[in-house]
Design a protein around this ligand. Structure first.
Ligand code: GDP
Ligand code: GDP
Length: 433
């Protein structure tokens, strides 16, 4: 289960700049609560091989002092509920403002672990100016420049230390864990009720590893797995800003816990940007993925509809298109159990281990038939392939000039592996060494 770090502070101190530096090339999940607050961003940060979820809690609409207190509360409320560690960001150029004082007061009351981050320390001289921020009464402060990156390494070292990411222990006899995700109203609850509703005797809610998720033990037709439900999902009625906000966070947590993500999209609305963002995040986290196109009953169909629909989805999720897409209706209970079967297959695909001799026999032949193109007159020889001992499929290919292997060639080999060994729904990692 991933730990969550939140960056809080008044606007313009550099929160989003630091956030972007933390997530690097990775894509952020944007939760745009339009009108009232600025977009909130979620992403995955990595440091010395450890990963955590980072949240930029956003800002507020300026020029409203009344609004400000409420906004701080929202951010800190969020932080208290969801984050394991708070980064309280201030601006060394501006110094302490009333808004900062307000933030500090509320943060102190929160009793959470707080690291003060004095930003915009672009040169050495400014570091001494940061000492004013000790006045807030927090024990630890870091000075850094989000823009040029200096000081961020020290902060990240401490973040990893505080989060104590190593403490997780693997479970014994783990059951497959599936998380049903999707935007509001796509039919997640309906689907869940179809799956678990009618078998009340066997189904029992088990508390999840985080407070926000409930694991439902599903055991039917010889299938046994845990469905990770997010507490907000079954809630009916008006979805307020805050529920929406928390639900994105919960969705991310549910995904972190899951082996396979069942992404539900609305057939009428199609796959939207937010769906694609969640897909990309799941792929980055190397989760198994199944896409359910729900409300298929509402679509006027001819013999080409499915094919056309599939093509559109593939365009949106490319290059990782080896993902099962199932057209279902939770309302009519059409193909719902097929969806479970497929999720189970994806789970198995993700655990698949290819014996090294089989792997070499196959892949070295493929490589011989179509070797990597030579670069700067250098011939690249791949000599040996092995699957790594990781939780998700990852392969190491040993060769003489790993730095010259092109992305397109990696993809070529990945596709060959997929054709031969069936990794449908499962992201694959390839390392050249
Ligand atoms: P946020 O509102 O707290 O998310 O702040 P932003 O990340 O949008 O940054 C506000 C402004 O401060 C932008 O113009 C940034 O370029 C600038 N900024 C952020 N970090 C630094 C820094 O380390 N040094 C300097 N000089 N400017 C910074
Ligand atoms: P959630 O917010 O994702 O949990 O969505 P719900 O399960 O609450 O469903 C939202 C609305 O879509 C409800 O009115 C459902 O009855 C409706 N709905 C869900 N699945 C289907 C479906 O397969 N077909 C049709 N026509 N409507 C559906």
């Amino acid at each position: 289960m991933s730990k969550v770090v939140a960056i809080v502070g008044r606007p313009n101190v550099g929160k989003s700049t630091l956030f972007n530096r933390f997530i690097g090339e990775r894509r952020a999940i944007v939760d745009d609560v339009s009108g009232v607050t600025r977009d909130r961003h979620y992403g995955v940060a990595e440091w010395i091989g450890k990963e955590f979820v980072i949240v930029d809690t956003g800002g507020y609409v300026a020029n409203s002092s009344d609004f400000f207190e409420a906004e701080i509360r929202k951010q800190v409320d969020f932080a208290i509920q969801e984050a394991d560690l708070l980064l309280f960001m201030v601006d060394v150029v501006v110094g302490i403002t009333d808004e900062d004082e307000d933030f500090a007061r509320v943060l102190r009351r929160s009793k959470k672990h707080v690291l003060v981050v004095a930003n915009k320390v672009d040169n050495f001289d400014q570091a001494t100016e940061a000492s004013v921020f000790y006045r807030f009464g927090f024990e630890e402060m870091f000075t850094l420049s989000s823009v040029n990156g200096s000081g961020t390494g020290e902060l990240l070292d401490r973040v990893i230390e505080v989060l104590n990411i190593d403490e997780e222990k693997p479970e014994e006899n783990p059951l497959p864990k599936f998380a049903i995700l999707g935007r509001p109203n796509v039919g997640k609850s309906t689907l869940l009720n179809v799956l678990v509703g009618e078998e009340r005797n066997i189904v029992s809610p088990v508390p999840g590893t985080t407070r926000d998720t409930i694991h439902t033990h599903y055991n039917k037709f010889g299938k046994e797995f845990l469905l990770i439900d997010t507490a907000g999902l079954r809630k009916k009625g008006k979805v307020t800003d805050d529920i929406e906000f928390y639900s994105v966070m919960r969705a991310i947590k549910a995904m972190e816990e899951a082996d396979v993500m069942i992404l539900v999209v609305d057939a009428v609305e199609g796959m939207e940007a937010q769906d694609t963002n969640i897909f990309v995040l799941a792929a980055k986290r190397r989760k198994g993925i199944v896409i359910l196109v729900n409300k298929w009953d509402l679509i006027a169909k001819d013999n080409k509809t499915m094919e056309t629909y599939l093509k559109t989805i593939h365009e949106k999720i490319a290059p990782f298109t080896d993902v099962p897409v199932i057209f279902v209706s939770a309302l009519d209970k059409t193909r719902i159990f097929k969806a479970v079967d497929v999720a189970m297959e994806v789970y198995e695909n993700r655990r698949k281990r290819i014996p090294t001799h089989e792997l070499n026999e196959f892949l070295l032949k493929v490589i011989e038939n179509y070797p990597p193109p030579s670069v700067k007159g250098k011939f690249i020889k791949i000599k040996y392939v092995t699957q790594l001992h990781s939780n998700t499929p990852a392969f190491a290919l040993f060769c003489n000039h790993p730095q010259y292997i092109r992305e397109s060639y990696t993809r070529y080999l990945e596709n060959k592996l997929r054709e031969q060994f069936n990794f449908q729904g499962v992201p694959i990692a390839m390392f050249f060494r």
